[in-house]
Design a protein around this ligand. Sequence first.
Ligand code: COA
Length: 335
Amino acid sequence: MDHGLPPRARIAGLGHHLPPRVVTNDDLAQLMDTSDEWIRERTGIRERRFVDDGTSCTDLAEAASRKALENAGWEPDDVEFILFATLSPDLFFPGNGARLQHQLGLGPIGALDLRTQCTGFVYALSVADALIRAGQYRRILVVGAEVQSRGLRMDDDGRDTAVLFGDGAGAACVEASDDERGFLAHSLHSDGANALDLCVRKPGSLQVPFVSAEDIAAGDTAPHMNGREVFRNAVRRFPEAIQEVLTATGTPASELKLLVPHQANARITEAVRRRMELPEEKVASNIERYGNTTAASIPIALSEAVEEGRVERGDLVCLAAFGAGFTWGATLLRY
Ligand code: COA
């Protein structure tokens, strides 16, 4: 690059895709002891999307990626590397990155899966930025996609988690920047002391075999969550991560055009908004319509915000996430 600025990466285009089937809180109340009122009051969720039979997590990612490629004005062959964040891959292994490479009809480019759950997309953007700054690649496709619905326990014993999650995908085309737009700072964290507070225990290599009929009957293949511990940590870690990237760049929170938090729970988002002293219009929220789509939630919310004109080229945007691991982090970027 010869513009005199240090090399950095920027978002060239965005896309998102939600499966068409809407599942309302009342639909879930037919399957388990819950209610629309309880779910809305505790989480802010009214409905979410679930895939139909035959649609895979990679299919959702492919649809979001094709929209992002079009939005960026890239041909598929422009993609030099794939970063795929998901906790719900099609297979235990291999990861979805290679499957997406194949479904997009790309050459044998590199593909890396990231397993940092709700923080996956923030981690993936940071890796893309680093690879581009290092000069290894110029154009990277970054995807967050989830099919949660097939892993949830749709009965009374699973009601604390089943009502939270939904399916969807979002993608970003990330390219070497030749102007002042791009990623300004990242903060990435983890604390495995809380690994079992939000996890899927089976299948896993801690046991022989990875998964058994008893595990399935016991509900161990569904998410297990200590909701209060997740909540307590989330409302602390989100603001910490956001403040880190603001402080690193000397940016007052008031200069943000939009904060795009991972959509975990409307109450968590509201607590973070108050802590950062941001007005409601500066904080993205679509959890009412999609629930928590884990690694997909940030790219879906950012892509929607751009479509709606809430974010324009050159605006300062902060992305922030907290989730299983525990992992948390934030990215500050000039869109
Ligand atoms: N419908 C109705 N009742 C439910 C329910 C549901 N879907 N899920 C749980 N309950 C019940 C509980 O069994 C409990 O009953 P009890 O008092 O008889 O034991 C009661 O509701 C209250 O449970 P509690 O855990 O105190 O509720 P809460 O106010 O903490 O809200 C969460 C529960 C899950 C909404 C909340 O803890 C939360 O949002 N945690 C963070 C979750 C999250 O964001 N996870 C993803 C992170 S990326």
